[in-house]
Design a protein around this ligand. Sequence first.
Ligand SMILES: [Zn+2]
Length: 144
Amino acid sequence: MYESRKKRRERLWTIAKGTAEHPLCNLCHLPIFTTDRWDESHFPVPKSFGGKATGIAHTLCNRRHGQQVVWPLLAKADRIRARHIGADGPGMGPRAMACGRRSRLRKTIAGRIVERLTLQQKLLSAGVIDPAAIAAAMKPEIED
Ligand SMILES: [Zn+2]
């Protein structure tokens, strides 16, 4: 059902006021007078995090809360999510760092530059896997 902005604000004011003379700001807990500017405020869960509960707050309190709490929190959540899904993180720049984890070369402790081994090469050199088993696995099967 459509509710006009005016009706919605009147309803919010009435709910926030309750039986008191003036409604309280849900951020600073000071009274909101009829001469004060006020906004609908999503607190404690911001709307950008799916918060549905609303109250009313001074416009200045609500904007300050948005700038100092909500936006930094949202930016951090975006950074953490990007890192979690592997879209961003260390070594994910446009170019592979010289001898970094994405480079085909590596630098030894002694300072020499050597070719980076694959996992298979490392396991072969350590004797963990048998070269004959790899050769058998790579050989295409011929059916009669
Ligand atoms: Zn306030």
